[in-house]
Design a protein around this ligand. Structure first.
Ligand code: DAH
Length: 340
């Protein structure tokens, strides 16, 4: 009897394992495990077994039945067509994760604050919703000045504007502290501008201000040259073009040699080899007086430079709107860059 059990176990297990589909499995199950199957047949012989041996053989038969039923269940599971939901193709490559990156403007702003930081400028901050008083009046902007026009400036109720420049941070900083003052202030500014490849109604500037006894225009030029050399390479040259800003006297527009074509002439610099980067000048005595600094004792320089343009040049970005569209396909391209 023991031999028979063991033989049947081997035979049935082999048959169950090699059943290649559900129909074949069903046939094997009927043959061995049904009520009239071979296992049941062995149970029937139990009566003929020695009374002393019977419990042991009975146990062996129970085990056999259990083992074969387990095998049958396993095999059914393996052969059952799986529903779509659980159909996982484990050979597919993983989806992968993307590590976030700095926005190109963040990269450039950090570089700017780092370079000026090493020259002793700390970062000052100011509100984007600004009082007309700080945005225009205290910056010595006459009532007739075109920058005040509603066609350029977004006015808000109760004497506020959305700031059109970062220059009001100069006034706020000087109001709060005595000279010497040496700050930069990067941030967003807003103007009613029709958007195109190089204009956006919101863009970024960095303001700079240095006031102390005996500050000269030569220092202004030297500071800006050192900054742009650090940013675009030591062969960069800088020139001043005379200009007018209400808050500086004298005032100058700042040009640098085109870092894109290395001053060879290209589409970016419109074949002039020069690029306009912002405005600058010696702080107007009226502005100093307005914040309570004595212009007979103190002098200072100030500048306001475009940041978006720097980012566009630095990374070869052809359209300013790419900076603000939040398109991941664009942003992903900067994952290799970390601010210096
Ligand atoms: N605020 C000026 C503008 O937005 C830029 C500027 C010019 C800032 C001269 C200054 C400066 O601080 O001295 O066009």
């Amino acid at each position: 009897m023991r031999d028979e059990i063991s033989k049947l176990r081997d035979e049935a297990a082999e048959a169950l394992r090699s059943a290649s589909d559900l129909t074949a499995l069903e046939q094997v199950s009927v043959k061995y495990l049904s009520r009239k199957g071979l296992v049941a047949g062995l149970f029937k012989q139990l009566g003929k077994v020695d009374a002393a041996e019977r419990p042991i053989i009975g146990q062996l038969l129970n085990d056999l039945k259990q083992q074969l039923e387990n095998l049958e269940a396993e095999r059914t599971l393996a052969l059952k067509p799986r529903s779509k939901e659980f159909d996982v193709d484990t050979t597919l490559p993983g989806r992968g994760t993307w590590i976030g990156s700095y926005h190109p403007l963040t990269i450039v702003m950090r570089e700017i604050t780092d370079i000026f930081g090493r020259m002793g400028f700390r970062v000052a901050d100011g509100p984007e919703i600004e009082l007309v008083k700080y945005n225009f009046d205290m910056l010595n902007t006459p009532p007739w000045h075109p920058s005040r026009d509603e066609s350029d400036t977004i006015y808000l109720p109760n004497g506020f504007v959305v700031r059109t420049e970062t220059s009001p941070v100069q006034v706020r900083t000087m109001e709060k502290q005595d000279p010497p003052v040496r700050i930069i202030s990067p941030g967003r500014v807003y103007r009613r501008d029709r958007p195109d490849a190089t204009h956006s109604p919101m863009f970024h500037q960095v303001e700079g201000l240095y006031v102390d006894k005996g500050v000269t225009m030569a220092e202004l030029k030297g500071t800006l040259l050192a900054f742009y050399k650090e940013l675009f390479g030591q062969d960069t040259k800088l020139r001043f073009r005379p200009h007018f800003f209400p808050f500086t006297e004298p005032s100058a527009e700042v040009d640098i040699t085109c870092p894109f074509c290395k001053a060879e002439g290209c589409r970016i610099c419109k074949y002039t080899t020069w690029l306009e980067m912002g405005g600058s000048g010696m702080v107007d005595p009226n502005v100093l007086q307005g914040v309570g600094y004595d212009p007979e004792i103190y002098s200072g320089f100030a500048f306001g430079l475009g940041i978006d343009r720097i980012a566009m040049l630095r990374f070869g970005i052809p359209n300013i709107r790419l900076l603000f569209d939040s398109d991941v396909r664009f942003l992903r391209q900067f994952s290799g860059f970390t601010p210096r």
